[in-house]
Ligand binder design. Structure first.
Ligand code: NAD
Length: 485
């Protein structure tokens, strides 16, 4: 085992779990055992919540301009340890070094945004009638929780932690049991940055801890990122227990490709979108709607897909089970009559035979009722559906229950505008394969890709992590008394 057993973190200390149950943490790159993660008990969750509760009073009363100083230092530490963090993310998740580095860099950007909060949350003031002022102020909620998935071991935790903490909350984080090491490192860096003990806490575990979070009386808000199935459960449980909740779910992102699209730009973008992070991104291209004759672009996508080499510029998928699931999808499509233009099944990387790799896969002549057309595959696979026109393509996209992202590839402003208006997704790209809005814009899908009212990052997250206080004041007697005062 390369690293020692993962510990929980509360009261500013790393604590070995009392649980006798644990899971192996295995690197998808080569199948090597990295560590073990405890399936912590609800008592341990309770201890972490107590720690967060005790820290809340002092932290929430610390002026925001002082709170952000911790995050300026945390940002510097992320930069200092960029190489170490990159290797850790790659090791536990299976993505390539470059992809993992981008994840650390994105975490730095997210922290920079959190550092700008004092400029964004100054509230409002207005004289609403003679001598009478109304002002608004953002107040933290209290103890909040963040439950995160395996596909971005460092970035998704940094979607929530910096904003929630800078805004004065204290937090319990529940990492994915598949990739718990990056969050442990994150806790170490926050401590080194001078974050007061108890403000950030980590409890490792699975379903029992998630259910414990959703039921805990002292937790005010729950953010969740993961599959739609679990997002629905978490949203239902947390709101049933009267908590504020945002729960981001899975995705099936559609790319609309028109005959006038720039062929090389389209081919490289589509391939990068479907195969980047081995297709394990909630923003990955998964279905391509080929409108009219785009054969030459499809040929070029195949050329690009063949340049994506497992173990070189293509990372591993998270587990043996994931590899099997993805390959089954491909086989099922083939049996259903679709044509496999580029086949990534049975990929093996020499010297890493226990790694879990699936090569980039292009499937053509997929029909809308096939499972590869409808379901989230979460692997480096693109399913191409042929359509006659934009409306037919939109009908397919609109019928899908998800709604994270959609992109259009065209040189026509009118066609692009039509998709921007009619695609049923929260994030739209025009000639962009992965249309992630960068800070200060916020991240969040529609439909079954997100439950709850706000987005999870950017300015929209301020409303989620705070409550607004409205104060009306009058100091001068001459202000008088009338129905407005
Ligand atoms: P997952 O839903 O299996 O797990 C997410 C978290 O929920 C983990 O911490 C896990 O321990 C916990 N969990 C798992 N099963 C549970 C259960 N039955 N009850 C309670 N908690 C449970 O997701 P994953 O496989 O880790 O991540 C991949 C999924 O996340 C994909 O569907 C992907 O699209 C989605 N995702 C979405 C976004 C987004 O922004 N919409 C971002 C990243 C990932």
């Amino acid at each position: 085992m390369k690293y020692e057993k993962v510990k929980n973190y509360y009261n500013g200390e790393f604590v070995e779990s009392v649980s006798t149950e644990s899971l192996d943490v295995v690197s998808p790159l080569d199948g090597n055992l990295l560590s073990q993660v405890p399936m912590s008990t609800v008592d341990e969750l309770n201890a972490a919540v107590e720690s967060a509760k005790n820290a809340f009073d002092a932290w929430s009363k610390t002026p925001i301009k002082e709170r952000v100083q911790v995050f300026f230092r945390y940002r510097a530490l992320l930069e200092r340890d960029l190489d170490e963090l990159t290797k850790l993310v790659s090791e536990e998740n299976g993505k390539t070094y470059d992809e993992a580095k981008a994840e650390v860099e994105k975490s730095i950007e997210l922290t920079e945004f959190a550092c700008s909060m004092p400029q964004l949350v100054s509230g409002e003031i207005l004289e609403v009638s003679k001598g009478v002022e109304c002002r608004t102020e953002h107040f933290p909620l209290g103890v909040v929780a963040s439950i995160v998935p395996f596909n971005f071991p460092l970035m998704v935790p940094n979607w929530t932690m910096p904003n929630a903490l800078v805004l004065g909350n204290t937090m319990i984080m529940k990492p994915s049991e598949l990739v718990p090491l990056s969050v442990q490192k994150m806790a170490e860096l926050l401590k080194e940055a001078g974050l007061p003990d108890g403000v950030f806490n980590v409890i490792n575990g699975g379903k029992e801890i998630v259910e414990g979070i959703c039921a805990h009386r002292e937790i005010e808000a729950v953010s969740f990122v993961g599959s739609t199935h679990v997002a629905k459960l978490v949203y239902q449980q947390a709101t049933h227990n009267l908590k504020r909740c945002i729960a981001l779910g899975g995705a099936k992102n559609h790319l609309f490709v028109l005959p006038d699209a720039n062929p090389s730009m389209t081919a490289t973008n589509v391939t990068a979108s479907m195969s980047g992070c081995a297709g394990q991104r909630c923003m990955a291209a998964s279905a391509m709607l080929a409108i009219g004759n785009v054969d030459s672009i499809i040929n070029q996508i195949c050329v690009e897909a063949k340049k994506v080499i497992p173990g070189k510029n293509l990372g591993a998928v998270i587990s043996k089970a994931a590899k099997e699931r993805i390959e089954n999808y491909i086989t099922e499509a083939e049996r259903g009559g679709a044509k496999i233009l580029v086949d990534g099944r049975n990929a093996v990387v020499e010297g890493k035979e226990n790694g879990t790799y699936v090569g980039a896969t292009v499937i053509d002549f997929v029909t809308p009722e096939m499972s590869v057309a409808k379901e989230e595959i979460f692997g480096p696979v693109i399913s191409i559906m042929r359509t006659e026109n934009l409306d037919e393509a939109l009908k397919i996209e609109n019928a899908n229950p998800y709604g994270n992202a959609a992109s259009v590839f065209t040189q026509s402003g009118g066609a692009a505008r039509y998709i921007m208006e009619h695609a049923s997704a929260g994030m739209i790209g025009v000639n962009i394969g992965v249309p992630v809005p960068r800070e200060p814009f916020s991240f969040g899908g529609w439909n079954e890709s997100r439950f709850g009212a706000n987005d999870i990052t950017g300015k929209s997250s301020i409303e989620f992590w705070t409550k607004l206080k409205k104060t009306t004041t009058k100091w001068n007697a001459e202000a008088g008394v009338n129905w407005m005062s």
